[in-house]
Design a protein around this ligand. Structure first.
Ligand code: ATP
Length: 264
């Protein structure tokens, strides 16, 4: 029998629904969502536009309260945002009046870490995102991909329990996007991070996720969950061998068909 790595539950979403607005003007965005996020997982969420992916992320982050059901983090109900759940958006949210170093140090400083800890954390994560030489630059001096790397380093510098990413590479060109995918996969692997990642791109989901959560059209429900290991295979074999493979095509086609059925 193969030894199974014990799953440690980090976040539990129980019977959660979300309705925006009231009475005739209301929109039911999410319906009866049940999902568990385990430590060390890389979850990617796919689904047609408007199905509630961002709403789901906002509920987990604590930006929005569910209308019914609840989100628990380590058995404690999520009642608002906090740094245990770091969020990376499509447009990097950085302080333009601060240098790269200052942006990454901001969280650790707010948490009153020692000068040494702040410096070590900043150095480590800037190295992780390949920006060690850019610490003294202001963020407006950086390209879109570099800004997003600073945003990732800034979130990671808080050592959040989970990183919530809402289409973080959606605005980047294809090559930068591929580099960023490799970067986030390596960071996930090296730091045993837990990642919840929203994307429109089926390949991106397949190349990163340990589980893909596929959502239905609005009101968003979970249609199907796929357990995958392409991401881990890439770490040993490289992406070409994984992508040009029958198993990969089969899963991709199944997901594409399910999404198209939702749109038709
Ligand atoms: N603040 C809000 N107030 C009212 N309705 C909202 C609000 N935010 C989202 N919605 C609605 O909730 C539904 C789900 O939106 P959401 O942005 O979560 O979907 P999504 O799957 O992330 O969309 P996309 O893939 O296009 O980014 C949509 O019908 C949207 O119009």
């Amino acid at each position: 029998m193969t030894a199974q790595k014990e799953k440690k539950s980090l976040i539990k979403i129980e019977n959660m629904s979300l309705e925006y607005g009231e009475s005739i003007n209301s929109t039911l965005a999410l319906k009866n969502i049940n999902l568990e996020i385990n430590k060390g997982e890389f979850i990617c969420v796919l689904g047609p536009s408007g199905c509630g992916k961002s709403s789901l992320l906002k509920c987990i982050a604590g930006y929005v309260n569910p209308s019914s059901g609840r989100v628990l983090m380590q058995d404690k109900e999520v009642e608002g945002p906090d740094w245990h759940r770091g969020v990376v958006f499509q447009s990097p949210t950085l302080y333009p009046w601060m240098t790269v170093n200052q942006n990454v140090e901001f969280g650790p400083k707010m948490r009153n870490l020692s000068k040494n800890e702040i410096e070590n954390t900043r150095k480590y994560f800037l190295e992780e995102v390949d920006l060690s030489g850019f610490g003294e630059n202001y963020t407006f001096e950086l390209s879109g991909g570099m800004k997003q790397r600073v945003a990732i380093a800034r979130v990671l510098a808080n050592y959040p329990q989970v990183v919530l990413m809402d289409e973080p590479f959606g605005a980047l060109d294809a090559l930068t996007r591929e580099n960023m995918q490799n970067l986030i996969r390596n960071i996930w692997q090296e730091n045993n991070t837990t990642i919840f990642f929203i994307t429109h791109d089926v390949d991106e989901a397949l190349l990163l996720a340990t589980r893909v959560v596929l959502m239905s059209k609005q009101p968003g429900e979970i249609l199907k969950i796929f357990e995958l290991d392409f991401s881990k295979q890439i770490l040993t074999k490289g992406s070409k061998e994984v992508i040009y493979n029958e198993e990969y095509f089969e899963v991709k086609n199944e997901i594409m068909e399910l999404i198209h059925n939702q749109i038709d």
